[in-house]
Design a protein around this ligand. Structure first.
Ligand code: GLC
Length: 466
């Protein structure tokens, strides 16, 4: 973290490095919105693990089950009584994350259900009071750090268990016949105090925290939410401005997401966090490119969901990562551990598959970003670009027959190889000849590819720029 609290972005990196002049031209670095927190590591590391773990692992029907099934505190209590993750092994979790090439993790310290994974002094609704009998967060933080991963805390602004959290439109008791009456003794200010107190604990007791990930705001009448009398919550309820000060003062370098309902405050957020979507292009805010992270699930739920079957294939996940980096973003990929404390076997399969690809191809991910616009992306492909090594990575989502043409690239490439085995890819300036039924686009370079797709989930050609 620099003095003055401004994190560095590509701009500074480009200015400080050897090829600074060329690089500033090609990265368009100065267009990226500066962050208050430190984003230098973030835009290098590119891949993180999200973990949603709480009592909802037991019903195993989605982490929003309390909302979906309108479950009261009393009826939800059975999960608190039976939460016993006897197979919980944070070292194994951390190994799986590191093995998949993940460089940071974000854990749900508390989700909307209100249950806390750590030994908070401010509530009894916490892991040490379940059959788990202990703080589950500390060992996790330690294990992931030991594997070299950075630490992020997801913390729910919403709390469906707290007695002072007023019943609003997304609360499990929203359709309760006595909703109004039940709300009378509730005092949202007391809840806010609790919220701030817990954030203070989290950011003081676990050493350096790299990411703070609040979730979420739904202010009535703003940002597409219905106007009052529809009841939602936003910055007034969370006292977001105060919370922001607290976060920045306790952890000055921390990188903050964008869900405190403070998007109009330049220091109110660092990263944009599109959820379950693949953005069309580099994410912008007020016309300016921003540091961004897409969060995605392996299947259709964040929390462990036994019967959910829409699991994405390893190939799809690898493509998702590449596509994200090709647009200058990060991917935060979610795992929902079971009630016994293990990663779902379907998640393990995919993590291992991604790890196998990353082992040979992480060079096209770490330290990479969108390629300069002058390079035209061939059909079914994605480019990523490393501005420091000046290498361009051509990812082939569909394997073409014997050759691929790179428009406008004649004379620009010094050497080309397949990334999985460093075998040379021969290239020549494309010519119109009798063999060509179509005239090649101007100044094209033809790469000669093996007929057989290489043994890689997504093959990559590494192009050394001249
Ligand atoms: C949503 C959901 C939630 C999940 C989160 C991840 O806002 O409320 O269940 O934790 O997105 O981005």
């Amino acid at each position: 973290m620099e003095e003055g609290g401004r994190g560095r972005t590509y701009g500074d990196r480009a200015r400080n490095c050897r090829h600074s002049k060329e690089m500033r031209e090609v990265t368009m670095s100065d267009e990226i919105r500066a962050t208050t927190g430190d984003s230098t590591w973030f835009v290098q590391d590119r891949l993180g693990m999200f973990i949603h773990w709480g009592l909802y692992a037991l019903p195993a029907r989605h982490e929003w089950i309390r909302n979906y099934e309108e479950i009261s505190n009393e009826d939800y209590e059975k999960y608190f009584q039976h939460f016993d993750p006897d197979l919980y092994d944070p070292d194994r979790w951390a190994e799986l994350a590191a093995g998949a090439g993940m460089k940071y993790f974000v854990i749900t310290t508390k989700h909307h259900e209100g249950f806390c994974l750590w030994d908070s002094k401010l509530t009894d609704y916490k892991a040490p009071n379940t059959p788990a009998g202990r703080d589950l967060l500390g060992p996790m933080v330690q294990a992931f750090r030991a594997q070299g991963l950075r630490v992020g805390f997801y913390h729910s602004l919403i709390d469906w268990h707290h007695p002072d959290f007023t019943i609003d439109e997304v609360h499990p008791l929203r359709n309760h016949p006595d909703r109004k009456k039940l709300n009378e003794p509730r005092d949202i200010r007391k809840y806010t105090e609790y919220l701030h107190g817990q954030v203070r604990e989290l950011l003081s007791e676990y050493g350096k925290v790299d990411v703070m990930w609040f979730d979420f705001s739904y202010p009535p009448g703003r940002r597409g939410f219905p106007p009052p009398p529809w009841e939602g919550k936003g910055r007034e309820d969370w006292q977001s401005a105060e919370l922001l000060k607290l976060v920045r003062s306790l952890q000055p370098g921390i990188l903050l997401n964008d869900r405190l309902d403070l998007t109009d405050d330049p220091a109110g957020w660092d990263i944009r966090t599109p959820e379950q979507i693949t953005p069309r292009a580099w994410v912008t805010f007020d016309g300016q490119r921003v540091v961004w992270e897409s969060c995605q699930t392996f299947s259709g739920s964040w929390g462990y969901h036994r019967d959910e079957e829409s699991w994405k294939s390893t190939e799809m996940l690898v493509q998702m990562l590449i596509d994200t980096v090709s647009k200058g973003g990060n991917l935060l990929l979610n795992v929902g551990p079971t009630g016994r404390g293990e990663f779902d076997y379907r998640a393990v399969e995919r993590l291992e598959g991604m790890g196998e690809w990353m082992r040979q191809h992480s060079r096209s991910i770490y330290g990479c970003t969108a390629a300069p616009e002058e390079f035209k992306v061939p059909r079914d492909c994605r480019f990523t670009y490393n501005p420091e090594t000046r290498r361009l990575y051509l990812h082939l989502f569909a394997w073409p027959c014997k050759m691929i043409e790179l428009e406008g690239m004649a004379g620009k490439i010094e050497y080309a190889q397949l990334l999985n085995d460093a075998s040379e890819i021969q290239m020549q300036v494309s010519e119109s000849s009798a063999d060509h039924f179509d005239a090649p686009p101007a100044e094209s370079l033809t790469l000669t590819l093996p007929v057989k797709k290489p043994n890689a989930t997504v093959p990559v050609v590494e192009l050394y720029l001249k």
